[in-house]
Unconditional design. Structure first.
Length: 257
């Protein structure tokens, strides 16, 4: 390679890194914005972002045509990013899941002694769904809570749940039963709660994992028990599992073996 080709290659790398820096700072930016900041022609930026996109380092926002950092950055960093958080990444997938199932989809994270609901999308079958966003709900009485507990140590679970409060006749109140339920969730890759928090409410949840493979959130589909019976759960479950796996992938998690 000649010196001129070598210089051009170094310049391209420098510009590509500058693009990542711009997106890291701005959150998202269009080709014109990037070209103006770099002082280059838009065609040059198109080539740069195309290469970066091919390696998942950037991605294009379908609604606005702007670019933002991609999951490749997360995989290299081995950690989540403030700009690519679980709510942002899960939102479009949760919306699709609510559309395909017709039921309410919730996203929850572990918050000390409870599960915190951070997002919700109502499906077409949900006439007036309860808004769970911002609410803390019991870990042992919900499908999301069970998923979030499932890979914690028994000592950690006990510390977070000094008492297993009963909310309905079917709420788990035995340590041994909870231990068995969490083991089942680990084995199956999902958790179920039928009439455990409220009579007439059924939910099934699956874990969302980060680049380290750790459970960082839980995605659930919920609705009235009369509508989400065993046969219906069998229909919803593969859609839920695929959605949770997709969000995990966007957070840098490796694809399931």
């Amino acid at each position: 390679m000649s010196d001129s080709n070598g210089s051009a290659g170094v310049q391209s790398v420098d510009r590509a890194l500058s693009v990542l820096s711009i997106l890291s700072r701005a959150g998202e930016a269009g080709v014109s914005d990037i070209a103006r900041e770099l002082g280059v022609h838009k065609s040059t930026v198109f080539r740069l972002v195309a290469t970066l996109e091919a390696h998942d380092m950037v991605e294009q926002h379908s609604d606005r045509g702007k670019y933002r950092l991609g999951v490749g950055v997360l995989r290299l960093a081995g950690a989540t990013s403030a700009r690519l958080d679980v709510v942002q990444e899960a939102r479009p997938i949760a919306r699709d899941l609510a559309t395909s199932t017709g039921e309410t989809v919730n996203l929850a994270i572990l918050a000390e002694t409870s599960a915190l609901y951070v997002d919700q999308v109502a499906g077409s079958s949900s006439l007036q769904p309860h808004n769970w966003v911002g609410q803390h709900i019991p870990l042992h009485a919900t499908s999301n809570g069970k998923v979030l507990l499932s890979e914690l140590s028994e000592a950690d679970c006990t510390q977070r749940l000094p008492r297993l409060t009963s909310y309905t006749p079917t709420t788990i109140t035995s340590r041994a039963q909870l231990r068995d339920e969490l083991a089942r969730a680990r084995k199956l890759g999902y958790a179920l709660a039928v009439d455990e928090l409220e009579i007439g409410l059924t939910a099934v949840a699956a874990p969302i994992r980060d680049a380290h493979g750790e459970v960082v959130a839980s995605l659930s589909v919920s609705g009235p028990t009369f509508r989400i019976e065993a046969e219906r759960i069998e229909e919803v479950l593969p859609l839920l599992m695929t959605a949770a796996s997709t969000v995990s992938g966007r957070l840098g998690a490796a694809a399931p073996a």
